[in-house]
Design a protein around this ligand. Sequence first.
Ligand SMILES: C[S@@+](CC[C@H](N)C(=O)[O-])C[C@H]1O[C@@H](n2cnc3c(N)ncnc32)[C@H](O)[C@@H]1O
Length: 181
Amino acid sequence: MLNEYHDSLLHLPTENGVIKSDIKGWLQPVEAHYLYECAYQSSTILELGCYHGLSTSIMAQAKYDAGNKGSITTLDVFEKNILQTKQNIKVDININYVTADAINYVMELNQKPLPEFYDLIFIDANHTYEWMKLLTKNVHILSEGKIVFHDFFHRNTGVQKAVEEILGPPKHKVGSIGVYE
Ligand SMILES: C[S@@+](CC[C@H](N)C(=O)[O-])C[C@H]1O[C@@H](n2cnc3c(N)ncnc32)[C@H](O)[C@@H]1O
């Protein structure tokens, strides 16, 4: 365990298997615990799909606890979700909030003469096969660490099939998450 907060994530109250908190979201305690650990060890973080900021708040706390180096870029296609996430982030760290379609944004990053690379990319946006395949093709180029796909092992999503066709099998499984490094 990294600290008491890290440990406490494993014991958060749940409803239907996902964390029940003031911030609405769909993370399992074990996933939140893993995400905290990944963010704690990362400097540059890209999150695609923040909704109301449950995952963002956990990564933000990790970054703060780890000494506040680097930044988080968090993105959602809906402005109202970005505004809600901003309200839910209580720690003072460097966060870049982006309202955009994730594929468009990633493609723009790839076209920069000096693209940024990320230690941690957390993906939890559109879960359909076609969309995830196009995203994965474009996003993995920006990684110099871990790519963490939420809902990878959910039967009702196209995430696993799309990602495995591009990157092969994941290195780790944590809850519904598939991890590549
Ligand atoms: C499952 S929610 C994210 C939950 C969040 N990661 C959490 O754990 O609290 C998926 C989010 O992805 C966003 N989304 C859906 N399609 C998207 C797209 N094409 N580009 C960017 N975000 C998208 C939705 O608006 C939604 O807020």
